[in-house]
Ligand binder design. Sequence first.
Ligand SMILES: [Mg+2]
Length: 367
Amino acid sequence: MKVTQVNVYAKRLAMTAGYNMSSAAVGDPETTVVKILTDTSHVGWGEICPTGPLPQVEHAQSIQADLGLLGPALIGVDPERIGLVHDAMTAIMDGGHGARSAIDIACWDLLGKAHNRRICDLLGGARMDPVSTYHVIPIGTPETSAQLAETLQAEGHTKLQLKSGGRHVDEDIDAIHAVARVTRPGVDLFVDCNRGWTVSETLLVSQACRDLKLVIEQPCATYAECATARKHLHHPLILDESATDLATIARAISSGVADGFGMKLTRIGGISGMRAIRDLCHATNTPTSCDDSWGGDIIAAACVHVGSTFHPHLSRGAWISDPYQAKHYDDLHGPRIVNGTIAVPPGPGLGITIPDGYFGSPIASYA
Ligand SMILES: [Mg+2]
């Protein structure tokens, strides 16, 4: 199989609702979609959709510029030899991990379709189907936060991620206590600050909540600050935004800085990168989520396929933006959250079908 054409599409995703993080809000983000055509009848789809300044450094325009360099380099390459695809991309540019991740996802989609296998099967098989997920509780008052926590648990959710930061730390402490009071046995509570606290604020929160069962996620802006805070915390620490690549993740595990990770597929090289992190985390008994920052059915299916191959005990869940999306690309098999879980799409590759012309005309095409 050879790549004959790479099309790039841009689409603003209509949302039914959004949420606030410590220093940014999600709102109608623009997704970038990659369609790889080949000299066979197979077509592969990839996607990346940053939400803004959090939780990744790239944005739609930078990704589309990167694809302008990477797209031409893919023509004539065998997309089934994904390691060689990455070599071809590395020969063109350093960085650009978002664009490269979207291409990686499209190649896995092609590989699955060419061999009539689901991506999760190519990755070793689904250990969970349906896959557990976690649900965000946006920054709010103690009352609204606790109310949503109760609603989500009644719907079947067993993993809650309470957003925090961007306000006086006492307000965060009150909201954490309110949610912890209603969190049922068997339900995991993660407090995700998205880099919003200083080291001292992190220690104040952990001290004020020391008797509560919770995990603190990415409290501070940098790896160094999180490492400093980690020494004095009463709670486990998870890195997200600071877990930028496999080498950093390996260091965070071996040095005891991180007790787990919130991982974004398109930050670390797509499905191939997440597979490596999965295996490292399995080898070191480190819990990890399998997410992306935002996006439609393509990125959601990629997260669900990889996430299904995690050992359940080490999975913090596969997150998708389904609860906030006004529309699916694939009305039948676009991944959806039901009773706090997500079924793996049944078809080969990503298992989703994009209707002809769904994304309109490409904004760029390389052949
Ligand atoms: Mg996070």
